[in-house]
Structure formats: structure tokens, C-alpha cells
Design a protein around this ligand. Structure first.
Ligand code: ADP
Ligand code: MG
Length: 682
């Protein structure tokens, strides 16, 4: 018996050339072939007689060849073979293009099973290029459900089906990971059956069952992985924080916390008092005040003698957090250190020393700087801001470390509940569903090119009132074909022809890290009136003086991303605006964009976005930190996800510690999946 890890070249008829074709589909081993699932099926099980065939409805029928096939050479490269067939109900003309196979194999007087669709008009009906085989031969191309595979140039569907069949003939499919109890209670096929049936179902119902099982399996592995992570952390003991008094902190705040913020803080304090590491996600729309919740957590940790690391995705965000936290904590006698790449080696060394000695209680920095080589005296709490860059793999690595600090993940992207459940199955969730009082809605408009002059005047007006404006473009370089406004070209146009008297600056992702930071910082200091940028500004820098967000070619962005961008304004006391421009006339696209004008509720927008674009696009697949699912389509299979998640919970509870073959196989699969997720993260 061959093994799943054997190379495809171990199959008969697979040489280096074919192996190369398969590589293009990420197929290297027999296991990869077996896991190369059909993307759909063609149901060839319907049988009919000639008289009952219907136009454009493919079917199988048995018929006898009534004439010797005749081939006519029409022109170079085009041979037509014609033959007449008949059954008890009628006669039919068949035509084949360039088919030597038909010309040579269809025998006068013999019966075949054909499969094809009737076509025709007043001049007569017939079938073009039907497939056929002998009734006594095994059903390969007729009387069955044909799998349709994802393919690559040079590889036909029939060839792919054959290769998968060969692999399944010499090799057992992947091991069973679902214990019999779970298969029974969820009505799930055994692995062996499912892996075979998905490639060769007897009917569509069985294909569906096999698909269901494999989706279930995929979700089961993933959520069991998260649950195992969670269980492993729950086993760890950390000293429960004895001092949970917050009055002093609250007295220092310039405002009262919102009800949602208070609730989140209470939940965090509850975790701190429990004696096991916290795993919590704080989810809140832009401006809901997540930083204060983080600050409250850091304060409590500091009171209990523990250090906090606050990790931000960019240096400038780290700096901003450090400044606001330092201001907040100064009266409380807690110092807040900053650790960034642009500091000198000497500065960094000194700061690291203070962290190692335990003198610095709160450290703010970028992920890399804090996680790499920084040694803490007593790290009690890790907070990561802007979670979607902090994926499953990183979380699992963090919890695998010797000590188990409390973990607080802050998400600025409102994620639909269903998806949050999937991405953060290992975390408890606190939701900030309330904005601080007095917050004004960002007035949002959708305009076409006809409004350009008015838009320019509006930008001018905002600047004249002492405010600043963002202009976001979808690309860096001009792209003629798409007609998309590129940031650098547009910045030049605005500065030279439209606003020669204003200060226009530029920020895009292809600039060096330090240049980006400098441009952003200068804008935040008010040294430019208009900042033309790509989506690099999406992630959180606070410029309260910016009151206008213009998004060019808004149809090129996802709704959630637009919402995120819009969140860059409306952070000060002045009324703020968002203007979406588009050339697009597609009613559906316009409808989608208008949804944004109507609501400021990030969760509703996120749900809408998930429905329209699916989860892959939702975060940009590279950033989600989610593994790639092979069979599952997250927007369609939520029901299966829920039951798989329930099943994995039940499983961990009743068998999590037991050493069973399924358990071992499952753990192995989890390791592979999470390692792969790690590789997809930035
Ligand atoms: P986000 O959730 O987007 O990270 P921030 O924490 O940056 O939001 O808060 C946005 C702004 O709201 C900040 O200027 C912050 O000081 C202010 N803020 C936070 N909580 C409150 C509150 N309870 N009342 C008034 N203002 C608040
Ligand atoms: Mg924030």
C-alpha cells in the first residue's frame, strides 16, 4: 500500500512533465491528489429514450449505430464524423468534430450508451460531440455523477479524474479524526467513505453528504485546534490579581466611561481575579474607546506588580498610544516606555534594560520589537491593537511560551458574529457597542465626476476653516487601463493645478517605513492641509483636526474597508464628512456604496460586506490570519460551522485528554493547519 506522503510520480504514467503540471495546482503527493476536491459535479445519471430527449437538457440514452460512421474533411483542421443511431422510440443524427476516436470506435449494429444534449432547429435535431461507452463496460463517462475539478492548462478533467482515481486505488484516504459518537450524533459519513464519495459519488445526494462531512471535518479541526489552545491555557496557573481597585484610575480620566467600556473592564477584572490566563477579544467600532479599556487593564496589572506590553501594528501608532497613555498615567506615577525601530541602538538598549529590571511597567511598541528579543522582568499582560494582523498562529505561539501572560486582543474591525466565532474561538469576547456621548455621525455622500468642482470647493472650505482633509486613492501608480486614480499622480495634480496655494502631501505603502511615519506625523502636526494617501492610513492614527475624508473610486474598496477609512475622521469636536467618488454606473455597486451613506454602524456594514464579498475578501486574505479552507465556503456553510464548533467543544470536554487513535490523528492535523496559517501571516 502506498502512503499519502508518496510523491505523485509514484503513480503509473506520471512523469516529471505531468508532475510539473500538478505542482501548479499545489499537488505534490498522493494525499494532495486525494484532497484535490471537485469544485462541482455534472449529473450524468438521468437516462432517457431518444423520443423523450429535450433540447439543452443533457441525458444518457442507449442506442444502436444504424450507419457506418462517415468522416468528411471540411478544411485543414476540421473533420466532421456523422453517424445515425436509433432506439425503440426513434432515430437521431450524431456529429463529432475532429474525433478519430468516434470514427474508429463506433461500430455499425452495436449498442452504446451515449451522453449529450439535444440541439437543433427546423432543419433537424441532433447531438454534437456526445460521449459514449459500451453498456457492459464500467461506467466512466456516462450513467454517473462526473466530478468537475479545478484544472490547469495542459490537464483535462478526465485526466485529473483518472489521477485521483489511481491515487485512491493505491492509497488509503486520510485517517479518521471524528470519533464514532460524533459521526453518529451529527449524521456524518466515515472518513474513508467521504473521501471516496466526494470523487466518485453514486448520486448527487451522496456527493452532498461527502461534501458536508469534509466541510465539517475542516471546521472541526480548526475549532478543535482553538479549543485545545484554550484548554491548554486554562490549565496554566497564574497568580490571581488580589488588588482590583480602580477608583484612582477612574478619577484621573477626563470623562466617564461608557456603559460598554465599564462592562468590558469588569469582564477583564473578572479574568484577572481567576488565577488562569485571560484570553479576551475587545471588539468595537472605530472611536468606541478601546484604548481606555486597554489602559484600565494595564493599570490593574501595574497595581499588581505586573508589566504590560502593548503591541501596535505601526511605529506611529505605537508613538501615539505611548503619548496618550503617558499623559494619562503621569499623575498615577506609572511610567510608559516606548520601543520602536527608529530609536538609536543606545536608546533601545537603555529601554530594554529598564524593561528587564522591571522598572518600566508599561511598554508600547511594534509587534516585532516587543516579541523578538525583549526580556521582561514580569510580563503579566500582552495587549495587541488592531487584531487582524495577529493571527491564530501567533496566538498559539504566544500561549506556547513558558509563562502565560494575560492576553487582550483589540479589534477595530467590526467582525460579523459568525466570523468572529470562527477566528476567535479561543477567546472570550467583550463588545463595545456604544460610542462615547456627543460623538457626531460622519456625514457621508456618494458623488460622480460631475461634482468635482463642488468637491474641490468643499475641500478648500474645510481648509479655510482651519481643518485638514484626507484624499484616499486606490493605487500608487497611475493605471490607465482601470482609470484608477493613483495616489502619486493625483497628489501632483492637486498640488500643481487644483490647490497651488495649499499644502498637499503624499503617503503610500511603497514609501520606506520611516518616510511613511514622517509624512503621517507631519500631517498629524498640521504641516499639510491635504494628505493624499493609499489605504495605508486605514489603521488608526488619530488626527482630530481632519474633518474630511475623500475616497476616490470608492467602488474599488470593500465596504468594511471604506468604513474603516471613514473612521479616520470624526475624531475631534468639529462636524466631519466623508465623500465617496465613483465612475461606476452599476446599480448594484451604487446600492452597495449607498449603504455606507445610510449607516455608521460598523457591525451592520460588516454583515453586509460578508454577504456581498465573502470572508476571503473581507479582510484581505493575507491579513486574516485564518487558514485557507479547501471545501468550506464560509458565507454558505455557517450552519455546518456552528455544529462543528459545538462538536469540537463536546469532544474536548469528553475525550480531550484521552489517548485515542482519532485524537492523535486530530492533534497532528491541527499542528499542520496552524503551521500553515502561520506561513500566511505578515
Ligand atoms: P478606538 O476604539 O477607535 O481605538 P479610541 O480609544 O482611540 O477609539 O477613542 C477615540 C476617542 O474617544 C479618543 O479621543 C478617546 O479619548 C475618546 N474617548 C474614549 N472613551 C471615551 C468616553 N467614555 N467618553 C468620552 N470620550 C472618550
Ligand atoms: Mg484604536
Amino acid at each position: 500500500m502506498a502512503k499519502l506522503t508518496d510523491p505523485v510520480t509514484s503513480l503509473k504514467g506520471v512523469g516529471p512533465a505531468k508532475a510539473k503540471l500538478l505542482q501548479a495546482l499545489n499537488i505534490f503527493t498522493l494525499g494532495d491528489l486525494i484532497c484535490h476536491f471537485p469544485r462541482g459535479y455534472e449529473d450524468r445519471t438521468r437516462e432517457s429514450c431518444i423520443a423523450d430527449l429535450m433540447v439543452d437538457k443533457p441525458a444518457c440514452f442507449r442506442a444502436v449505430v444504424m450507419s457506418t460512421p462517415r468522416t468528411a474533411h471540411i478544411r485543414k483542421g476540421l473533420d466532421l464524423t456523422k453517424v445515425q443511431v436509433a432506439d425503440h422510440s426513434g432515430k437521431l443524427n450524431l456529429t463529432f468534430f475532429n474525433s478519430r476516436f468516434a470514427a474508429e470506435n463506433l461500430e455499425y449494429g452495436r449498442e452504446y450508451v451515449f451522453y449529450g444534449a439535444l440541439s437543433g432547429d427546423y432543419s433537424g435535431y441532433g447531438i454534437t460531440n456526445p460521449v459514449f461507452e459500451l453498456p457492459e463496460a464500467p461506467a466512466v463517462a456516462t450513467r454517473r455523477v462526473m466530478p468537475i475539478y479545478p484544472l490547469t492548462a495542459g490537464l483535462t478533467n478526465a485526466a485529473m479524474a483518472k489521477l485521483v482515481g489511481q491515487a485512491l486505488a493505491v492509497c488509503d484516504p486520510p485517517e479518521e479524526i471524528l470519533p464514532p459518537e460524533i459521526r453518529k450524533s451529527y449524521g456524518i459519513l466515515p472518513a474513508e467513505q467521504a473521501y471516496r464519495a466526494i470523487h466518485r459519488p453514486v448520486d448527487m445526494a451522496q456527493a452532498e453528504q461527502a461534501r458536508k462531512r469534509l466541510i465539517f471535518e475542516e471546521f472541526f479541526v480548526f475549532s478543535a485546534g482553538l479549543a485545545l489552545m484554550r484548554a491548554a491555557r486554562a490549565m496554566k496557573k497564574v497568580p490571581a490579581y488580589g488588588d482590583l481597585r480602580m477608583e484612582e484610575f477612574y478619577q484621573c480620566l477626563p470623562f466617564a466611561l461608557t456603559g460598554a467600556q465599564k462592562r468590558a473592564v469588569e469582564e477583564i477584572l473578572g479574568d484577572f481575579g481567576r488565577g488562569t490566563p485571560m484570553n479576551r477579544l475587545v471588539q468595537g467600532d472605530v472611536g468606541s474607546g478601546k484604548t481606555m479599556v486597554a489602559a484600565a487593564a494595564a493599570y490593574c496589572a501595574a497595581r499588581n506588580g505586573a508589566q504590560t506590553a502593548l503591541m501596535a501594528p505601526t511605529e506611529i501608532l505605537a508613538e501615539q498610544h505611548q503619548q496618550s497613555l503617558a499623559r494619562l498615567f503621569a499623575p498615577l506615577g506609572i511610567s510608559v516606555a516606548l520601543l520602536t525601530g527608529s530609536q538609536t541602538a543606545k536608546e533601545k538598549r537603555e529601554i530594554r534594560q529598564r524593561i528587564a529590571s522591571g522598572e518600566s511597567k508599561i511598554v508600547v511598541g511594534t509587534h516585532a520589537l516587543i516579541s523578538e528579543s525583549t526580556v521582561f522582568a514580569n510580563l503579566g499582560l500582552v495587549i495587541t491593537d488592531e487584531q487582524h494582523r495577529f493571527g491564530v498562529g501567533q496566538r498559539s505561539r504566544l500561549s506556547a511560551k513558558g509563562e502565560a501572560p494575560h492576553l487582550l486582543v483589540m479589534s477595530a474591525t467590526p467582525i460579523p458574529r459568525t466570523l468572529a466565532l470562527l477566528m476567535y474561538g479561543d477567546l472570550e469576547v467583550s463588545i463595545l457597542d456604544e460610542l462615547p456621548p456627543g460623538r457626531q455621525k460622519v456625514e457621508t455622500f456618494l458623488v460622480g465626476e460631475a461634482y468635482r468642482a463642488r468637491l474641490n470647493a468643499f475641500i478648500r472650505k474645510q481648509v479655510a476653516e482651519g481643518h485638514q482633509a484626507f484624499v484616499v486613492c486606490p493605487a500608487v501608480e497611475e493605471n490607465q487601463e482601470l482609470g484608477v486614480k493613483a495616489a502619486s499622480a493625483w497628489a501632483q495634480t492637486l498640488q500643481q493645478t487644483v490647490f497651488p496655494d495649499l499644502r498637499v502631501s503624499l503617503l503610500h505603502g511603497q514609501m520606506k517605513g520611516s518616510e511613511k511615519e514622517a509624512a503621517m506625523a507631519a500631517f498629524a502636526r498640521g504641516e499639510a492641509d491635504v494628505l493624499v494617501a493609499t489605504t495605508v492610513i486605514e489603521v488608526g492614527v488619530d488626527v482630530p483636526n481632519a474633518t474630511l475624508m475623500v475616497i476616490e473610486d470608492a467602488d474599488r474598496f470593500g465596504l468594511s474597508q471604506l468604513h474603516q477609512l471613514r473612521g479616520r475622521v470624526g475624531r475631534g469636536s468639529a462636524k466631519s464628512f466623508c465623500v465617496l467618488t465613483t465612475h461606476n454606473r452599476n446599480p448594484e455597486t451604487l446600492q452597495r456604496l449607498k449603504a455606507l451613506c445610510k449607516t455608521n454602524d460598523g457591525f451592520r456594514i460588516a454583515e453586509e460586506d460578508l454577504k456581498l464579498r465573502g470572508p476571503g475578501d473581507f479582510f484581505g486574505s493575507r491579513q486574516s490570519g485564518l487558514p485557507a479552507f479547501r471545501v468550506a465556503d464560509l458565507s454558505m456553510d455557517m450552519e455546518t460551522l456552528r455544529s462543528a464548533q459545538q462538536a469540537s467543544k463536546d469532544w474536548i470536554e469528553s475525550f480531550g485528554q484521552a489517548d485515542t487513535p482519532e485524537g492523535r490523528a486530530l492533534r497532528q492535523r491541527v499542528r499542520v493547519l496552524f503551521d500553515r496559517a502561520e506561513g500566511t501571516m505578515n
